[in-house]
Design a binder for this molecule. Structure first.
Ligand SMILES: [Ca+2]
Ligand SMILES: [Ca+2]
Length: 107
């Protein structure tokens, strides 16, 4: 049974097994999606980031992320203060996984 594979072989971890992203990796990913380099993430930029993370509802995620993380309510996520950590926390709670080799290559 596939379900029990972790129990049967706890050390079996092929390189392409999807792994949860760490907060640091998530932060790096979000920073890289600041397309216009203004130090903030707009909803469109958030949407692109969530698409990269594999979200099927990237627009919804972007809106939710802004709702949760945009503390000063200026409509954008500031990448240089704790709005970014709130955003990372939100993304982390969604449980995105990326193939380990992809993350290693990119971030
Ligand atoms: Ca931006
Ligand atoms: Ca803000």
């Amino acid at each position: 049974m596939v379900r029990n594979i972790k129990y049967v072989a706890p050390n079996l971890k092929p390189k392409d097994t999807p792994v949860p992203l760490t907060n640091d990796q998530l932060a790096a990913i979000f920073r890289s999606y600041d397309a216009d380099n203004d130090g903030q993430l707009s909803v469109d930029e958030l949407k692109a980031a969530f698409e990269y993370l594999g979200s099927h509802f990237s627009y919804y995620r972007a809106i939710m992320a802004r709702y949760k993380a945009d503390k000063d309510k200026d409509g954008k996520i500031n990448l240089s203060n704790d709005e970014l950590s709130e955003l990372v926390q939100y993304a982390h709670s969604c449980g995105y996984k990326v193939k380990a080799c992809e993350v290693a290559n990119k971030y």
